[in-house]
Design a protein around this ligand. Structure first.
Ligand SMILES: Nc1ncnc2c1ncn2[C@@H]1O[C@H](COP(=O)(O)OP(=O)(O)OP(=O)(O)O)[C@@H](O)[C@H]1O
Ligand SMILES: [Mg+2]
Length: 359
């Protein structure tokens, strides 16, 4: 999509944006070829709300978050597009949701430089899909969280320790003071994931990327942690980009949803509209592939036919057309549809609703 078209689209939110991802294209250059991970991702993160990002494995959810954090692997290249963080003044209750005071183009920053390091931790934080990749094995869990608090919040060691123990307790770690002194390898997978969540929340960032933060947890703990994140989010006025493949979690956690397929957003709207009035055939297929709690119908679940195509190859036309139940030959296999607003607060990228073609 051209930048013109992207900016011409009316926002789907009631809130202003805190982060703007515009036409982002990211490829990985590897020994076996070029992996086209993101092919023009455009969306805003609404201030003080939870935006869910959903889609099947490999569609580019983690890469999008890592690109915002400027933590992409060296083999990745940002070919096109930009990411802008809008800094807002803090309101009296500490929420960073006031007027815009400044903006910074994250894509212009040196990924190894001081500025992005300061932004990571103070303004942007991420709970990683793989806890072991971000917990340092040679420091105790408590020291790692406390250090981040000292670095970004100007408090002394004793105060940082108190805050760390409190947040470990809040994420449901029994014996938080004892956990403080443990090393990551001494914790279970679920406990490590909770330590990651504690770390992500500890600095009260403006935007928290939560990449499948509860997948390693049992359902009871997952529900508790989701409740906790929702409470803290509302209390702190934080924006969360909640990445998950679980639509049940989306319903519980999110205000808005962006559906991704093969490195593009294909539908974006409020969580209610997505569940009650999905428009993109991919979204409908995702919804049909999950069990409905309370449903009396004993309907068989319908997995989406086919698999997500290999990102090393490119498909002519709409990337979803080989799997789509509404495929229109001669149309969907010829060009990529542009994302268009089909109603207030509802954007869709599909030729069923508009003939507009991506430039
Ligand atoms: N370091 C890398 N080198 C090469 N390709 C990569 C790399 N990291 C990601 N990719 C590719 O980019 C695409 C998007 O990956 P990404 O990790 O964002 O998927 P995802 O939506 O987060 O999936 P999942 O639900 O499995 O976590 C995939 O095709 C993946 O193979
Ligand atoms: Mg991922």
């Amino acid at each position: 999509m051209s930048q013109m078209a992207a900016s011409a689209l009316k926002s789907i939110y009631k809130e202003d944006a805190i982060l703007r991802i515009n036409n982002l294209q990211v490829f990985f250059y590897t020994d076996i070829g070029i992996s086209r991970a993101l092919n023009g991702v455009t969306f805003d993160v609404p201030t003080g709300k939870v935006l869910g990002v959903v889609g099947e494995s490999g569609c580019g959810k983690s890469v999008t978050a890592l690109a915002c954090m400027r933590l992409l692997a060296r083999s990745a290249k940002i070919l096109k597009g930009d990411i802008t963080l809008f800094r807002r003044s803090k309101k009296e209750n500490g929420n960073g949701n006031g007027a815009i005071v400044d903006e910074v183009k994250l894509t212009d920053l040196d990924p190894m430089g001081d500025e992005i390091r300061k932004i990571r931790g103070e303004e942007l934080a991420m709970i990683f899909q793989e806890p072991m990749t971000s917990l340092n094995p040679s420091y105790t869990v408590g020291d790692q969280i406390a250090e981040a608090i000292i670095l970004h919040q100007e408090v002394d060691a004793a105060e940082a320790k108190q805050r760390t123990i409190k947040i470990l307790d809040q994420v449901g770690m029994a014996n938080a003071a004892g956990i403080f002194a443990r090393y990551p390898h001494e914790l279970s997978g679920g406990m490590r994931q909770r330590a990651m969540i504690a770390m992500g929340l500890s600095c009260n960032p403006s935007v928290l990327f939560a990449d499948e933060p509860t997948t390693a947890l049992d359902v009871t703990t997952e529900a508790q942690i989701l409740d906790l994140m929702r409470d803290l989010q509302a209390q702190l006025g934080m924006s969360i980009v909640f990445i998950t493949h679980n639509l049940g979690v989306v319903a519980q956690m999110c205000d808005y949803v962006a559906v991704m397929y093969l490195g593009r957003i294909v539908e974006q709207t409020s969580v209610e509209t997505l569940f009650y009035s999905p428009k993109h055939p991919y979204t409908s297929a995702l919804l049909n592939s999950i069990p409905h709690a309370g449903s009396r119908e004993r309907k068989r679940l319908q997995p989406i036919r086919g698999v997500v195509p290999d990102p090393y190859s490119s498909i002519k036309g709409c990337p979803f057309h080989p799997r789509c139940n509404s495929y229109m030959p001669g149309k969907c296999d010829q060009a990529v549809p542009a994302i268009t607003q089909i109603e207030e607060g509802h954007n869709v990228r599909c030729f069923l609703y508009s003939d507009e073609v991506e430039e």
